[in-house]
Design a protein around this ligand. Structure first.
Ligand code: P1T
Length: 375
């Protein structure tokens, strides 16, 4: 399909249905497909292996990341697990030290026992990439969850040696940043977040330009079977059509909120890459189209009273939906990281993470003003 991002987001994988002319890909709620003779069929045999609604979504996902290939999964962590399945026992993974708590849990509590070794480093300084002989994967998020560190993808790609570089692009979305163009081998999304955009589904995806990696991922997708339902694929695909307009509004609101928080006496520190004082501001300006919808801050006050007073922001895990959410990483999204390790990484009990939605910014700021006064 070609065209600029906004156009591709609407048309990618969405050409009219050849059978009926339907302008939106139909939901093929079906498990199996008739075969004319054993092994002779129209390209689909069983929906775990492939499904027409999923295939349309995968074409859209690939196009948005400038990738040749995409594989959709039942959740972001299922997509992460699929990438880890490409490794062999004894392999070493170097990961960024700030990342989603569920990713850390998957690494430490599931895959470590299958013989993978994990190390964590602050990759916002590329000099911290120190490879071992058996390092097969570098894993990073940027901006990171929840501290919004910015990692220079191109600088890490230049240091990756023989390892694969996987970038979890969930916080940025493909509208803001395309890691494959910066040298990553694999891009991952939790499509639960900005891609879906409406907090009404769980999904994940992996994109790549490497045909061999893609074949292996398709094999894992079919063989392990963590596939999204046709209905969830439809919802993600529907969400993607408005990704560009939503992201513009998320970014505009988040910058206003970050500036408001930075000037507030009860706020000790604001983490937002769009603020000029943010250590990753220059890199973000270079590798992202804008600075995203996530803002974190250290609250100098009563965190419980703050959350209790919020009315427009909902206290909930997750992010990337049209509605604003507030999260307490220490007890919610990052509770699976042991306290000592969490605090070493800078996730204190005073840390608040906001997923800034696309409501009117004045309503959001008034809500925060009230809650900060009560804190
Ligand atoms: O929830 P799921 O769709 O399985 O995606 C996991 C995931 C992967 N990567 C990042 C960067 C994420 O933030 C997440 C999920 N995160 C939350 C639920 C959260 O509130 O941070």
């Amino acid at each position: 399909m070609g065209g600029r991002f906004e156009t591709r987001a609407i048309h990618a994988g969405s050409e009219p249905d050849p059978l009926t002319g339907a302008v939106v890909p139909p939901i093929y709620a079906v498990s199996t497909f008739q075969q004319e003779a054993p092994g002779v069929h129209k390209g689909f045999d069983y929906s775990r292996a492939d499904n027409p609604t999923r295939q349309r979504l995968e074409r859209a996902l690939a196009e948005l990341e400038g990738a040749k290939y995409a594989a959709a999964f039942a959740s972001g962590v299922a997509a992460t697990a699929a990438i880890l399945t490409l490794l062999e026992p004894g392999d070493h993974v170097l990961a960024g030290d700030d990342l989603y708590g569920g990713t850390y849990r998957l690494f430490e509590q599931i895959y470590r026992k299958y013989g993978l070794a994990f190390d964590y480093a602050d990759l916002s300084d590329p000099a911290n990439v120190r490879l071992r002989e058996n390092t097969r994967l570098i894993w990073l998020e940027t901006p990171t969850n929840p501290l919004l560190k910015i990692i220079d993808i191109q600088a890490i790609a230049e240091r990756k040696g023989d390892a694969l570089l996987a970038v979890d692009n969930t916080f940025a979305s493909p509208y803001l940043q395309n890691p494959l163009a910066l040298g990553a081998d694999l891009v991952l999304h939790s499509s639960t977040k900005y891609l879906g955009g409406h907090s009404d589904l769980i999904g994940g995806a992996v994109m790549t330009n490497d045909p061999e990696l893609y074949e292996r991922l398709k094999f894992v997708q079919k063989s392990v079977g963590a596939v999204p339902s046709p209905f969830d694929c439809f919802l993600v695909h529907r969400g993607i059509k408005t990704l560009a307009v939503r992201m513009k509004a998320h970014c505009e609101n988040a910058l206003k909120i970050a500036q408001f928080l930075a000037a507030h006496p009860k706020v000790e520190r604001v983490y937002y890459p769009g603020l000029e004082g943010h250590p990753g501001h220059e890199v973000a300006r270079r590798q992202m189209r804008d600075f995203g919808g996530m803002v974190s801050f250290e609250l100098g006050g009563d965190v419980r009273a703050f959350f209790k007073t919020l009315k427009v922001f909902t206290l909930a895990e997750s992010l990337g939906g049209v509605e604003s959410l507030a999260n307490h990483p220490a007890t919610m999204t990052h509770a699976s990281i042991p306290k000592e390790e969490r605090e070493r990484r800078g996730i204190r009990d005073s840390l608040v993470r906001l997923s800034v939605g696309i409501e009117h910014p004045d309503d959001l700021i008034e809500d925060l003003e009230r809650a900060l006064a009560a804190a």
